[in-house]
Design a protein around this ligand. Sequence first.
Ligand SMILES: NC(=O)c1ccc[n+]([C@@H]2O[C@H](COP(=O)([O-])OP(=O)(O)OC[C@H]3O[C@@H](n4cnc5c(N)ncnc54)[C@H](OP(=O)(O)O)[C@@H]3O)[C@@H](O)[C@H]2O)c1
Length: 261
Amino acid sequence: MKKSLPARYGQWAVVAGASQGLGAAFADELAKRGMSVVLVARRGDVLEDVAGRLHANHDVDVRCVTLDLASPDFASTLADAVADIDLGIAIYNAARIPIGSFLDMHEDVLEQVVRVNVRGPLLLARAILPGMRERGRGALVLVSSLAGMQGAARFAAYSASKAFSTILAEALWAELREQGVDVLVCCAGAMPTPGYLATTSRAAPGMLAPEEAARQTLDALGKGPRFVPGFINRISAQFMGRFLTRRAAIRLIDGSTRHMS
Ligand SMILES: NC(=O)c1ccc[n+]([C@@H]2O[C@H](COP(=O)([O-])OP(=O)(O)OC[C@H]3O[C@@H](n4cnc5c(N)ncnc54)[C@H](OP(=O)(O)O)[C@@H]3O)[C@@H](O)[C@H]2O)c1
């Protein structure tokens, strides 16, 4: 029988970007599987609500860390917040997702994309992986996107930042897999989260509930480096990568995201 997550990796997990959507779903699924959870996001009051639900439903310990992952010193603040616990799983889920013409995008917004989507996972990985390697066990999940598999018009900076996360996770998987640390990139497709629903009310093909995406991703720990939640999403990722030219894939994405704003 497969060991439980706490037995495989350690008692605690941290979810960066845990107040809603996929991050809250990860926190719930981790708690359901017996992990104590550190919740990180900017809105402390919303985090407290999530924490209350986790504690009530699953009777696990929960800590809230109110933190902006774009802030210069977020990694040391987070490292201090988890210094006294057996950190087994870390999930970097937060993202800045500006939509629209690249040329109309303010430089400050682009800077935020780099801070939250590129610098964030990079420094979180650097902060928590040494402890996992020392203990000889642990797991890191970087949440990426199918949008990171090719350039996506109107999501230029976002799709490029997700390509960064995907490649970073693949490299870390190779560096750490013989040292007991599982690294996985979750290349998610569309999910009806508050972030997604703020941009469009249309359902996308292969759309998956965030709870299902979180469940499948945690099941895939140890089977890295890359995981695409959802059967239809996996088929379409294979199809786009193997049978379409880059040009055709980029144009297909362009057509499918025109209604988003
Ligand atoms: N939904 C989709 O269709 C879809 C598709 C592919 C990939 N993804 C990926 O899935 C992940 C989650 O997406 P989602 O749709 O669940 O997003 P969401 O509904 O917008 O939620 C984002 C979460 O990240 C937190 N967050 C954002 N910026 C932060 C910051 N600077 N510091 C700390 N926390 C921050 C938010 O909390 P606060 O606002 O409280 O800080 C919130 O908990 C992202 O990486 C996204 O790229 C989503």
